[in-house]
Design a protein around this ligand. Structure first.
Ligand code: HGY
Ligand code: MN
Ligand code: MN
Length: 415
């Protein structure tokens, strides 16, 4: 069976990684901003070079489609991921899956193989959710989990409207959600965690994905003088916010590693060194692989906020930004991944995705699973994110064989 063109894949990963680097050398391509447009244009160019038909849907998802006369009525073997990034990001998160998807299809086409099913690779819009909530938005709309008009109307952290931004960058497509019927969906991604490297595995067969709960919390206190206000007089939004963050850390420690919680954004108003903050606006991202436990964490947080309103005399308002239940992936495809890993003498282990992924939404449409490549030192959402070329290409070869089997590539049948 033909294999991928390793050099081409690595050069595309590095070329895409060079797009969206700002003057301080930070890589940031937020959904539908100019840097991401440049990334989108590059990906569309590579899809066309691969001879794929390119289609854009109503939420800006980009589809590279390989279909032939004799298979175009069949449901498609799909793959994909995202090319939008967090702020000051690494270059592999999402991009690896999109570019390996193009590479697999291009290599099969170039080798003249026939497939029983069309093959499609997707670059989904706004997977990271940094500029517009919820995250994994493009695949959520595609899978019918969010109405397109609702998603297009979302206001970003910078006051822009997603639909207007997609129009501005020329990616407001017309295809409807679900316009391609998927037979299966397999996403190749970096692990973004420490397990594969620490335990010495070459590849991860992802069997499930943890639930995610995102909230924005606004605490109203009383603005006052930092020097003249006795502690007992203070109604301090800043102290109350700090208590919430430490409360959630306590919950995580009690969960024995099951729950993780992150406050990644926090803003004080009026944000002056000698003024007791009147307001604290911050986010809480809580995750747990078990739905009931995740609900229990959300309830504990809600109860604690009520308690804080009494003890600290603050007013607290919460806004849900995003909520995804845990997802189980398809056992058959997970087993297929393990089989092909073995064929490539790669030691594999089953693993949970700690990160949210587009695959979790596609799992609502068709049998879905993921493949992880090891992350050096488990670092991600950080420019130091790294996966060696050896690991990138070794896992992409396993991915190729999984995709080929799903697509019904007929050995030796040249077009
Ligand atoms: O937040 C996440 O887990 C993913 O990177 N969107
Ligand atoms: Mn990702
Ligand atoms: Mn990410």
């Amino acid at each position: 069976m033909v294999s991928i063109n390793e050099k081409r894949l690595i050069s595309h990963i590095n070329a895409l990684g060079a797009i969206g680097i700002d003057r301080e050398g930070k890589r940031t391509r937020l959904a539908a901003d100019d840097a991401e447009k440049a990334g989108r244009d590059a990906v569309v160019g590579w899809m066309k070079e691969a001879g794929l038909r390119v289609a854009i849907d109503c939420i800006g998802n980009i589809f590279g489609i390989w279909e032939e006369e004799d298979n175009q009525r069949e449901a498609a073997v799909m793959t994909g991921s995202h090319i939008d990034t967090v702020i000051n990001a690494g270059q592999y998160d999402g991009c690896y899956g999109v570019l390996a998807g193009i590479e697999v299809i291009q290599s099969l086409k170039e080798a003249g193989y026939k497939t029983c099913r069309p093959m499609v690779v997707v670059a989904f819009t706004n997977e990271e959710g940094v500029r517009y909530s919820p995250d994994m938005m493009g695949s959520l709309v595609y899978a019918g989990g969010m109405a397109p008009e609702e998603a297009l109307g979302v206001t970003g952290i910078d006051g822009t409207i997603l639909g207007k931004e997609l129009k501005r960058i020329g990616y407001a497509g017309t295809e409807k959600p679900g316009f391609i019927k998927p037979y299966s969906f397999v996403e190749l991604h970096i692990e973004q965690g420490p397990i594969l490297e620490a335990e010495g595995y070459g590849i991860g067969a992802v069997e499930n994905l943890q639930g995610i709960s995102w909230q924005k919390i606004t605490i109203e206190g009383v603005q006052n003088h930092a020097g003249t206000t006795p502690t007992s007089y203070r109604i301090d939004a800043g102290v109350a916010a700090a208590k919430v963050v430490t409360f959630m850390r306590e919950r995580c420690l009690q969960s024995k590693g099951k729950t993780v919680s992150t406050t990644g954004c926090m803003e004080f108003q009026p944000n002056a060194i000698n003024v007791i903050p009147s307001r604290a606006i911050f986010t809480v991202d809580v995750r747990n692989p078990d739905e009931e436990s995740l609900q229990a964490e959300e309830q504990a947080l809600a109860d604690y906020l009520k308690e804080l309103e009494q003890t600290d005399k603050v007013k607290i308002h919460t806004e849900r930004l995003s909520r995804f239940k845990p997802v189980l992936f398809d056992e058959g495809i997970v087993k297929m991944i393990e089989k092909h890993a073995k064929n490539h003498s790669l030691s594999s282990r089953r693993i949970t995705s700690g990160a949210g992924q587009d695959a979790q939404n596609m799992a609502a449409l068709c049998p879905t699973a993921m493949i992880f490549a090891p992350s050096a030192r488990g670092i991600s959402h950080n420019p130091k994110e790294f996966t060696s070329n050896k690991d990138l290409t070794a896992c992409a070869k396993v991915f190729m064989d999984v995709m080929a089997e799903l697509a019904g590539v007929r050995e030796g049948e040249e077009t």
